[in-house]
Design a protein around this ligand. Structure first.
Ligand SMILES: Cc1cc2nc3c(=O)[nH]c(=O)nc-3n(C[C@H](O)[C@H](O)[C@H](O)COP(=O)(O)O)c2cc1C
Length: 194
């Protein structure tokens, strides 16, 4: 097996599939990589059709928010041909790892995906000091993807809490990402009340 750039536990990466990107949690336990993949996303559709997935490591909170709620332009992607198959990764990834992706389980809501590493590359060697603002954006984004579906007031409270932390502890990119999440939530609340 390849030496994974990922660590034991859940790695919140940007997952790329055919010209698509979205935050995804790659689970690494006992040397095995898996993904709990909810049905209905472009990522799920592409993985089922194409059988590959790339985990991108990138420390940019804005990319997490934009890719969670919208689409990145096509020129965000770079193509890597692995075992004869063209696969898309983020051009700006600090590191990436390409996987073969096989369905090993299915419920009414989600697939369980086994990821088999094919190739990995580390493009940048940067240190990222621990920053609560960056982590808070990840939390706010996770809660927001659920909030826009169920409008749970408890989630709204958590999102606001994490946005406040992001603004207090983050740098400019965290503040920009926080503003984007705030805008999305506001838009959603207005749409719901019409
Ligand atoms: C940090 C983070 C982690 C996520 N992890 C997963 C995951 O492991 N599995 C999943 O199905 N969705 C996950 N999501 C939700 C997807 O990113 C979200 O549904 C997204 O809109 C899918 O985009 P797509 O339609 O372009 O694939 C996560 C979201 C965030 C913000």
């Amino acid at each position: 097996m390849l030496d994974s750039v990922l660590q034991e536990g859940i790695n919140e990466v940007i997952g790329t599939t055919h010209l698509n990107a979205a935050p995804m949690g790659v689970i690494l336990r006992g040397g095995r990589h898996t993904l709990a993949l909810f049905k209905g996303s472009h990522t799920a559709e592409n993985i089922i059709r194409d059988g590959w997935f790339v985990a991108n490591l990138i420390h940019d909170p804005v990319i997490y928010v934009v890719s969670a709620f919208g689409d990145l332009p096509d020129d965000t992607f770079a193509t890597e041909t692995i075992d004869g198959t063209p696969m898309h990764r983020l051009a700006a990834a600090e590191a990436w790892i390409a996987f073969r992706a096989d369905v090993i389980g299915e419920s009414s809501e989600a697939y369980s995906i086994l990821l088999t590493p094919l190739k990995e590359e580390m493009l940048q060697h940067q240190i990222h000091p621990v920053n609560r603002g960056f982590n808070a954006i990840i939390e706010a984004a996770v809660h927001s993807t659920r909030y826009i579906m169920n409008h749970d007031p408890e989630l709204e409270w958590l999102i606001r809490h994490h946005l406040a932390l992001a603004k207090k502890c983050g740098g400019e990119r965290e503040k920009e990402a926080a503003g984007m999440v705030e805008g999305l939530i506001r838009e959603f609340v207005v749409e719901e009340s019409i």
